[in-house]
Ligand binder design. Structure first.
Ligand code: SF4
Ligand code: FES
Length: 221
């Protein structure tokens, strides 16, 4: 986890983790009076109502932005389904009731939005830090053979994402993986490649062992 800065407004506190910010879109376009990269500080949380600010923060796809309400209003709730969207040549964007687990199945943190590295080059694993572009990561984001267990009646609402050491992200719980062409597959158990070398992306096919992938996971502590 990188250094997190906090910005307090009227009834809301916004937190920003710069290491998880990989694109300039939703926040700057959504509330330019609050989010201005050419100003210091670049977030002026008092420049919008707490409700408007919360709505734009919830659109941040990477989880770089989060908030806490100070006015007694409800905190952000996870989306009703767990969704994993595969970006062409980029990360997997996750939304839902996400529970990050370390290799020993210990809970690291809960979150509602995250962008997980798929190329293996991030220095902020398991999160994307934008290095896929300079690493030349290339993947259409189309799902080939979905090696996942289909959903069943008893599947957990929460989606646990376990960091297998030097291996994939292991998923347990009800989820939908949506390919870059919009094609969804539904599952309850599976493993997402994060070494960048699987021949069956976005799923792990065991190639991480052949390439001696080292995950390190600096942001899992
Ligand atoms: S929406 Fe999130 S990831 Fe995108 S620029 Fe803003 S803080 Fe960064
Ligand atoms: S993590 Fe890439 S093949 Fe297993």
């Amino acid at each position: 986890m990188g250094k997190i800065r906090h910005y307090e407004g009227d009834g809301i506190r916004v937190a920003y983790d710069a290491e998880r910010c990989i694109h300039a879109a939703e926040c700057v376009h959504g509330l330019p009076e609050v989010f201005d990269p050419n100003r210091r500080p670049w977030i002026e949380a008092g420049a919008a109502s707490a409700d408007d600010l919360a709505a734009v923060v919830r659109r941040c796809p990477t989880g770089a932005l989060t908030y806490a309400r100070l006015d007694g209003q409800p905190e952000e709730r996870p989306s009703s389904t767990n969704e994993l969207r595969i970006a062409e040549d980029g990360p997997v964007h996750a939304r839902g009731a996400l529970v990050l687990l370390d290799a020993e199945h210990r809970e690291v943190r809960r979150e509602t939005r995250a962008a997980f590295c798929r190329c293996g080059a991030s220095e902020n694993k398991p999160y994307c830090d934008g290095r896929h572009a300079e690493a030349g990561f290339s993947d259409s984001g189309v799902i080939g053979n979905p090696t996942i267990r289909p959903p069943g009646e008893d599947d957990s609402r929460d989606l646990t994402v376990r960091l297998r050491p030097d291996g994939p992200l292991v998923l347990e719980g009800r989820f939908t993986v949506t390919a870059s062409d919009g094609e969804p597959v539904h599952g309850s158990s599976g493993a997402l490649c994060r070494c960048g070398a699987s021949k069956n992306k976005p799923f792990c096919d065991g190639t991480h062992r052949e390439i001696d992938f080292e995950a390190d996971d600096p942001s899992a502590g």
